[in-house]
Design a protein around this ligand. Sequence first.
Ligand code: FES
Ligand code: FE
Length: 406
Amino acid sequence: MTMSAARPGATDGASASSPARYEDAVLGFRNHWYPAMFSSDVRETEIKTLRVLGEDILLKRVDGRVYGVRDECLHRGFQLSKKPECFTKNTVTCWFHGFTYNLADGGLVGIPSDPDSKLIGKLKLRSYPIEEHKGMLFVFIGDIEPPPLSDDLPPEFLAEDMHVVPFHQQEVASNWRIAADSASELNHTFIHKRDALLDYWRQPLPFAEIPRGNNPYEGWILHEGPGFKGFTDAFGDAIPVFEYKFECDGEVGVVRAAYDPAVEPGSVAFGNMEATLALPCGLRIGPWGANPGDPESANYWHYEWYVPVDETHHRYLIAWGSKVANAEEALRVEHDVRTRWSYLEYEGFNASDITANEGSQRAYAEDGYEFGEKENLSRSDGYVLTWRRIAAKHNRGLQVRYGGKK
Ligand code: FES
Ligand code: FE
């Protein structure tokens, strides 16, 4: 199902049309589509509010379709969602003095204290294009004619036979770039080495991977043509590390992966997975999700996003997708994800990513996101370097605060 609201009516969210520096994108990149919420979060007649890239958006579903307008009255700035009133199904009235807006395009349609005001029919709240697919709502933050949604999504998310189950979303106390930099970065698997998901699965997972070459920009498949922009890493090219020993002051430390591939073959052999990071902030990784001991059942694709909320928070959303041939298979996938993977994947795995991202926020927040100040990158950091380079090259502009204020 596709839903598009009217084009934005105001131009108060300042933007640049040329690509922005990654270092500057504290609030993300403007002129892109972002996942906002799950479809079930906005039910008929309900009003919800959401902050995306520093912009507050009021959402309402009217006759099945979700509309979004800026959540701030144009009279004297009352936040409409604080106490919204609706005297018709497709309008919202400000609780303070009654300015009333059409949700479809943000247009001011009435003022109780000045019914003949010339402002009526002229003033418009910013209106946000919204599309709804696969149980998720996507919002366009920008000033240009929105490109196809698929240009801003990791591969195959919109494929007709991909059954998607969105199952987790939460706000994380870190800037979005910290999460994007580590999305499926080869060596962050160190944090996952004892995660419960691996126990369930008896799955060997290397806790580090050594690149074969010396050029950190080599070994990635770049996506710079038509469609989405990003890059893929095929894990098979690196040297997996399952055991590491070091010595300090005569004592030997040993780090071991939870499962040794020589003993436990696992369901997903190392090198059989791939990960694609796509602008503005989405990841696909897989195949994933096998039944223990049954490699044939590794048929899920994990999708996740790091949507900028403000300078110090992002919204982390997770959905799993699987190709299905019919409605019966779709039901099986739905059941399997909701009763098993939604728990194991988040509680038993991705929660570690959140700890890592929140634990890195302080260093970046102290001086802003100045690369080099807080980092000592090496040739094994090709993932983050490649992502920053491709994001800086292909984004559609810088997001800044309302009125151009940072
Ligand atoms: Fe909204 Fe006055 S602030 S009507
Ligand atoms: Fe991770």
